[in-house]
Design a protein around this ligand. Sequence first.
Ligand code: ATP
Length: 316
Amino acid sequence: MTGAWRPDEDDQQRGASGPVRVRVPAKINLHLGVGPLRADGYHELNTVYHAISIHDELTARRGDTLTLTMEGEGAGELALDDSNLVIRAARALAAQTGRPAHARLHLRKQIPLAGGLAGGSADAAATLVACDALWGTGLSRDDLAAIAAGLGSDVPFLVHGGTALGTGRGEAVSPVLVRPTSWHWVVAIADGGLSTPEAYRELDRLRDTGDAPAPIGSTDALLAALRQRDPAVLAAVLGNDLQAAALSMRPTLAATLRAGAAAGALAGIVSGSGPTCVFLTRDADDAERVAGELTAAGVCRQARPAHGPVAGARVC
Ligand code: ATP
C-alpha cells in the first residue's frame, strides 16, 4: 500500500486542516442470489449491488483522541463506542497505515438502521474515505476497499458505488460496465429493522423444510437487462433469495409489496435482508406518484423516491 504515515513527518503538514465531509449512499441488491452455507459461516453470494440516492454524511475533524457523535436516523439507539462500524473503520485504517487513530467524527444518518440498505457498511466506507483525506494517508480506492473487506461484506462496494457484481461473501466487487442509465426507485422504509444474520438463518430453515422458493441462480439475465436500459425489462428479472425469509419474519411486508403493485410500480422486491422494500418505476415523475400512493396507503413509515446508480463514498 502507498501513503503510509511516517512518524518523523509533522502530522499537521499532511492531510486536511479543516473538516472533511463525505457523502455515502445506501445500497440495494438488484439480484441477491444466496448459495450454500460455507464452512466459515457465510453464504456464497452472487449479487448485483446498486447504489441509490439516499445518503449518510460523515464529517471528520482533527482531534487528540477518537470520538463519534451522531444525529438523524437511529440517533440514541446506536452505541458510539468500539462496536460502531465508524470507530472500527477509523481504527482499521490507522492500524493499516501505522498512525494514531485521532479524529472527531460526526455522523448524519438518513439510512435507516438494520433496514437492508447497508447503512452501517456505508458509514464504515465513509469513515475510511474521510480519515484517509483527514490524515493524508493517500490510499487508492482499491487499498481502501481491501481494508473495507475486513469490516463487512458490503463495505468494499460502498467505497466504489455505482452498479457492481459481488461474489464470495459479497466482498469481491467488480463494476458492471454499461452505458449510463438512471433507474428510478421508490424506497419504502418500514418501522423497525430486521437482523441480517437472522434472515440468513431463516432462509436456511425454509430451505431445510422445503418451504423456500427455488434459488434465483445466476446474474446473467439481470446483467443482460441492465444493458437493454428499459425499466420494464429490468423489472422482470429483479430477484432476492432472502425475500422469502424477510416475508416469513415480517409477514406485513406482503401488504407493502401488494400496495406498490397496485400503485403501478413495475416491480417490487425486499431490499437485502429487509424490511425496506424497493419499487422500480418508469421515470422520476412515476416514482413521485408511486411514493405518494404508498404513503397514503399507510403500508410503510416513509416512502421516498430515489435514483441510481450513484457514486460511492466521496469527499464533498
Ligand atoms: P446489512 O445488510 O449490511 O446487515 P442493514 O441495512 O440490514 O445492513 P445496518 O443499518 O447496516 O443494517 O446495521 C446492521 C447492524 O450493524 C445494526 O443493527 C447495528 O447493530 C450495527 N452497526 C454498527 N455500526 C453501525 C452504524 N454506524 N450504523 C448502523 N448500524 C451499525
